[in-house]
Write a protein that binds this ligand. Structure first.
Ligand SMILES: [Zn+2]
Length: 114
């Protein structure tokens, strides 16, 4: 999907972008089974819907949990998150917010409390 977006931004609508667009839409929507040879895909939706459908198996973030206590369930665990929730007042601070979001955090284990 990101390659499609890049291609569309760089080259505009071309035969290839229309073909690529069809392949993406076929993953989400069903085409009508008309008697004619023309198939119709009703793709009325918004960008968020398409992004959610196409990126369902691509988490925005993976939180790595690591507890050093022997036998703890949090010994080495990944938690996938579909969204990132950032606090920032100005878009100029977006990179700083992302840097803070990805910083290593140390806190008491929620499983063994050590
Ligand atoms: Zn633990």
């Amino acid at each position: 999907m990101l390659r499609f977006c890049k291609s569309l931004a760089l080259y505009g609508p071309t035969k290839k972008t229309y073909t690529d667009r069809l392949e993406l839409l076929k993953l989400i929507f069903k085409s009508s089974d008309d008697i004619s040879l023309i198939k119709v895909i009703d793709a009325q939706c918004n960008v968020a819907f398409i992004a959610t459908k196409l990126l369902v198996n691509a988490p925005s973030a993976i939180e790595k949990i690591l507890c050093t206590t022997d036998g703890c369930n949090n010994n080495n665990r990944d938690i996938e998150s579909a969204t990132l929730i950032l606090r920032f007042k100005d878009v100029k601070n977006l990179q700083k917010s992302l840097d803070n979001y990805t910083k290593e955090q140390v806190y008491e284990c929620g499983y063994c409390y050590k």
